[in-house]
Ligand binder design. Sequence first.
Ligand code: NAI
Ligand code: MG
Length: 352
Amino acid sequence: MTLIALLAGDGIGPEVVAEARRVLDATGLTLAYEEAPVGGAAYRAAGHPLPPETLALAARADAILFGAVGDPAYDSLERALRPEQAILGLRKALGLFANLRPATLFAGLEDASPLRPDIARRIDLVILRELTGDVYFGEKAQHRTTDGRREGYDIMSYAEDEVRRIATVGFEMAKRRERKLCSVDKANVLETSQLWRDVVIELSADYPEVALTHMYVDNAAMQMVRNPGQFDVIVTGNLFGDILSDQASMCAGSIGMLPSASLRTWSGDTGLYEPIHGSAPDIAGQGKANPCAAILSAAMMLRHSLGQEAAAARIEAAVAAAIAGGARTPDLGGSLATAAMGDAVLAALESG
Ligand code: NAI
Ligand code: MG
């Protein structure tokens, strides 16, 4: 039987994962679920944000459906014990280096986007973010210099093979889409980025059918609001991808709409699926969270880890139909509660 690890986590994590679970159940697929604590919830229960039992469950599951981690109550803990370490630890331990973040403007959400409707309507892109390297995982420290000033540093680095494997996923994905790949870096000032660019160019010889372009990250941020329709697949490092995908999410209406998949192979392998947003402590426990990103993450899980393309497409169509029918949580300018938004998607699924 297919086993799904449900790691709901903190804040709005449990609220949105509950809706994703209801939608999965309504597909009629036979799935087994096992829950485990993660993040601040796990620190409270077990003294560590990623207890060994939780990691073991994630490792043996067919797929992981993840909510979010992060709790302001633990912001002053030493870094290794902070809730956010759980998601970094899972990505690293499971080797989930490829993070797919599709951003599409659902019909009807033009008003929720800060972009002009004619510009927003053209958003249909995937940000492919490298997830297990870069400045997030390099050596880091804070210390005092001999004259007493505080100093901090984080080493940014990429090895050639790390760049090659993420760029390969980028080219493969572009081949299946519009055959346009934009590699985003900061090669004009960063040595890491120069290596990144060199390796991507070398690899492009194997993919003559894909049109490769390069863009500096500052320009990419500007182009994302000026004309996001120009992008098909963007491949970039961990830090730049983190920032650009939050920006892309808002262009597509709300951070509450963007799902993600974290993979180590293209398909048919264990992956971790989560909304791109965090635990949103400002709205947690109030029924205000938009569950669509979590629901769409569950659809990605069916597609990439479980080989259930038809069910994945049905869920995506149901979210689109609910949105087209006017269902809106507060982040989209509406007033539906989290569960009522889940109901709207379920209703669309059943009538679709
Ligand atoms: P956030 O994504 O949690 O929230 C940013 C803003 O977007 C907030 O105003 C929030 O209310 C809103 N928002 C987020 N998701 C929403 C949804 N589904 N529906 C409606 N509104 C939504 O980012 P923030 O505030 O920077 O971080 C909060 C905590 O989450 C921190 O502890 C952070 O470290 C953690 N975090 C965890 C992530 C993960 O688990 N993968 C990713 C990003 C942040
Ligand atoms: Mg982020």
